[in-house]
Design a protein around this ligand. Structure first.
Ligand code: ASP
Length: 348
């Protein structure tokens, strides 16, 4: 019995280990994965010059996040460094360059989560915040809440001396044209039948890709995730997608993984995408790649499309999508930078 006792205690200890790790073992591997949205990214629509711009901006965001990790910074700081660069670029559907809603304005959503503490913050439907991902972090750290929306979120930002941007700051001609096309399509459809068919909704969705996100693993072995978006072109005023919903568009837990999603938000909410990937790892012992694949298959079976990036605390990653393309990139210790757009792998 005396010999059995230590084994018994060990077993008991394992059984009562909390499902989330407060701190994870330091990792020798660190790095980050980013995305700039998933969708129909047709080669013929993207000129070589435009493609080069996307690649350059993805690489810049990647390097900014990596630099934070390299000097021993926290995963969440790396996420913020990468995502704010993508928000500031008019190329992506987040921050400047966001798609327009049915009223012709940008309504922005963002969220962040830390894997060590399971702390999370989110904002939805903000109109005047340059970097919604920053405000999401402040909601997490300074508001005592997890999610704040609309005017209230902006009122909170004012208490922290955020600069309020003019709504025009976010808008680009390209997005205005997309809204016009989306409205024409909707009108043409309305003439034929009252309801918008799923194929048409799918078509409208093509005017929206460019949501941005990041998952990072730092030298202390901590994970973090963040996602930011303008949502979907011609979305109804007040519509909120998966991006700011913790467990749908964003999730992080050191014991499992960090996830950032992009795609048709209504489906990602219903499938609880980010949390579903984490739960499969927690309850079914699946690897991050297996879990991401299984979850995206569920999204596809529901009729939704898009993709996820996911990373576990050992640096295993997944970039899974069921759309023809996803802007994506990663950089890890001892590995070359990887940047890709279309389904097939690209050379780094
Ligand atoms: N998931 C975002 C939303 O539905 C859009 C996207 O990722 O493309 O708001």
């Amino acid at each position: 019995m005396t010999r059995l006792l230590p084994c018994l205690l060990l077993l008991l200890g394992t059984a009562i280990t909390p499902v989330f790790a407060k701190s994870s073992a330091p990792s020798s591997k660190y790095g980050l994965v980013i995305h700039g949205g998933a969708g129909v990214i047709a080669r013929d629509e993207l000129t070589p010059a435009r493609e080069a711009e996307y690649r350059a901006r993805l690489a810049e965001a990647l390097d900014a996040g990596y630099a934070v990790l390299e000097r021993g910074g926290a995963a969440l700081d790396a996420v913020l460094a990468a995502v704010t660069i993508l928000e500031d670029s008019p190329l992506f559907n987040a921050g400047k360059g966001s798609v327009l809603n049915a009223d012709g304005i940008c309504e922005l959503d963002a969220s962040v989560m830390e894997g060590r503490t399971l702390g999370a913050g989110a904002v939805a439907g903000v109109h005047r915040i340059k970097n919604p991902v920053r405000l999401a972090r402040d909601v997490m750290e300074k508001s005592g809440h997890v999610m704040m929306v609309g005017d209230g979120a902006e009122q909170f930002a004012r208490t922290l001396d955020y600069e309020m941007m003019a709504p025009d700051y976010f808008q680009t001609d390209h997005r205005r044209q997309q809204l016009q096309k989306a409205k024409e399509l909707e009108k043409a459809k309305a003439k034929k039948s009252a309801a918008l068919q799923p194929e048409d909704a799918y078509l409208l969705r093509q005017f929206k890709w460019g949501t941005v996100g990041c998952v990072a693993l730092d030298q202390a072995g901590n994970l973090a995730a963040g996602t930011s978006t303008g949502g979907m072109t011609n979305k109804k005023y007040g519509r909120v997608g998966d991006t700011p919903i913790i467990g749908a568009g964003t999730y992080a837990n050191n014991a499992t993984c960090a996830v950032s999603a992009t795609g048709w938000g209504e489906y990602f909410i219903r499938a609880g995408v980010a949390r579903d990937i984490s739960a499969q790892m927690e309850y079914a012992g699946r690897s991050v790649a297996e879990a991401a694949r299984a979850t995206m298959a569920k999204v596809g079976a529901l009729g939704g499309d898009g993709g996820v990036i996911a990373l576990d605390a050992r640096g295993n990653l997944a970039m899974e999508f069921n759309s023809p393309g996803m802007y994506r990139a990663h950089r890890f210790t001892g590995q070359a930078r990887f940047v890709a757009i279309y389904a097939e792998p690209a050379t780094p």
